[in-house]
Design a protein around this ligand. Sequence first.
Ligand SMILES: [Cu+2]
Length: 146
Amino acid sequence: MGAATSYVTAGGALSDLAVGTYNATDGASAQLYALASGGTTTFRVYFTGLDPQAAGTTFGAHIHIGPCVAGNGAAALGHYNIGGTPSPSTEVWLDFTVRDGGYGYAMTTVPFVIASGAAKSMVIHALPTAPGGAAGARQACLPVTF
Ligand SMILES: [Cu+2]
């Protein structure tokens, strides 16, 4: 059994999954940090360049198993899930609220470690995450190499 990567970081401009449609995430960037220790993983993500007019709006964000492909939200496939009902304990949910000036921040700690190669992206949705994991249309994506 290979050791899972203990530290993962990714950052840069978000890939636009809804090309031709205005979203508050258009032109935004993100920096994601994931640190695994003792079987748990803590994720932190910072957003910059969000539309300041969207201040106060909350967007769902999750780690997905598929890659970021501009204009193709479906390519990101489903959420990374360790098994069981989708929840903040079986998946990585990173919902964030747009702050004044177009910033955002989220943090979560989950009771698992993502195996090397088992997930490829963070997807930002149009709505906050509902119980069960749905969060509306896929707006933007950050490639992450686990
Ligand atoms: Cu998602």
